[in-house]
Design a protein around this ligand. Structure first.
Ligand SMILES: NC(=O)c1ccc[n+]([C@@H]2O[C@H](COP(=O)([O-])OP(=O)(O)OC[C@H]3O[C@@H](n4cnc5c(N)ncnc54)[C@H](OP(=O)(O)O)[C@@H]3O)[C@@H](O)[C@H]2O)c1
Length: 329
């Protein structure tokens, strides 16, 4: 039994209020592995959980945090071993299982990824679920045979957490990346991440034509909705588009023409429920050949007392760059 600090959300008369509390590890849910969390990262889903979105978190009080990294302190299965540094993202963490905004989590062993060689908890949480999703999006394109020689690759929502890491990975792999972004003031940052062409969101404004001039060999889409439908019309024959997000809407209204006349592949990306081995493979690449120095250099550490403001910024669409929650800061 250990007491620990957590940023916990209570529901009171339909209002959701978060704050730092002292809790006890005995009150954590059952699970094989008790982890002392040193770092977490901030995601839009955490902001939804913290503000009572019942699609994310059904009951309160609740400790959000869909990402966590730290050290194993108890292990019923022996794997992972006590003392091992680990990463946990997705599955039910931070949704209806107490998450990384607390200094301890208890989870099933099958959720736990060993920290890649040479990495540490802070670096892992600079990437978090967003970086993992970016890596999975790129991995899907590569599995379909995408290569720099085929032509430019587009990244939509390029200034966002997923888009910016996807952009930096692809650029590092030698792809010529076109960044599609609604933020003109992010032009320098996108260029620094490796974009060779910058387009405004109007490049994906709705057009009546079912097909447009093909301009991208492949694409990573992080926004969904009608921009994704427009992107599909502009992909070269045989190209692939990976799709992970819905900030522009969950609806996808398209025709079959990009698929049956150009053989375009639409590749779904899920970072939450996929088998652990798929997550491990991407984490080890992020810690190796896909490392993103620009993203790492711009990440900012915050403490629990800054969580409220940071989560509000997410909800207002004002978040920028990777935020790492450092316990004990
Ligand atoms: N499938 C999965 O497992 C998984 C995992 C993580 C995240 N996601 C989803 O992936 C998406 C991106 O996540 P994120 O963490 O990168 O979010 P984020 O940091 O908020 O970035 C999203 C970006 O999309 C662009 N955008 C915002 N509203 C838009 C609109 N109405 N129309 C077009 N573009 C818009 C903005 O970029 P610009 O200003 O540069 O255009 C924004 O920065 C979200 O929908 C998230 O839920 C899915």
């Amino acid at each position: 039994m250990s007491s620990y600090q957590a940023w916990r959300v209570h529901e009171k008369d339909g209002q959701y209020v978060g704050g730092v509390e002292t809790l006890d590890t005995d009150d954590l849910p059952e699970g094989d592995v008790l982890i002392r969390v040193t770092h977490s990262s901030l995601n839009y889903k955490d902001a939804l959980s913290a503000t009572g979105n019942k699609g994310v978190t059904r009951s309160f009080p609740h400790t959000p945090g869909i990402d966590a990294a730290g050290e194993v302190v108890e292990s019923a299965t022996g794997t992972p071993a006590v003392g091992q540094q680990v990463i946990v993202t997705g599955y039910d963490l931070g949704m209806n299982t107490a998450g990384g905004f607390g200094e301890y989590i208890r989870v099933p062993a099958r959720w736990v990824v060993a920290m890649p060689q040479g990495w540490n908890a802070r670096r892992a949480m600079v990437y978090g679920t967003a970086g993992l999703t970016a890596g999975l999006s790129v991995a899907k394109l590569l599995k379909m045979g995408a290569s720099p020689e085929q032509g430019p690759v587009a990244v939509s929502g390029a200034s966002g957490a997923v888009g910016s890491v996807a952009l930096e990975i692809l650029s590092g792999l030698g792809f010529k990346v076109t960044a599609i972004s609604g933020k003109a003031d992010q032009a320098d940052a996108l260029t620094k991440l490796g974009a060779v062409e910058l387009l405004g969101r109007d490049a994906l404004d709705p057009e009546k034509k079912p097909l447009l001039k093909p301009r991208f060999a492949n694409a990573v889409d992080t926004v969904g909705g009608s921009p994704l439908a427009e992107l599909l019309k502009q992909v070269m024959p045989g190209g692939s588009v990976s799709c992970c997000g819905l900030v522009a809407g969950p609806q996808l209204e398209t025709t079959v023409l990009p698929f049956i006349l150009r053989g375009i592949n639409l590749l779904g990306v899920d970072s939450v429920e996929i088998p652990l081995a798929e997550k491990e493979s991407v984490w080890s690449r992020l810690a190796g050949e896909w490392a993103c120095p620009v993203t790492e250099a711009s990440a900012r550490d915050i403490g629990m007392d800054e969580l409220d403001d940071a989560l509000q910024a997410f909800l207002k669409g004002q978040s920028a760059g990777s935020l790492v929650l450092v316990h004990g800061k």
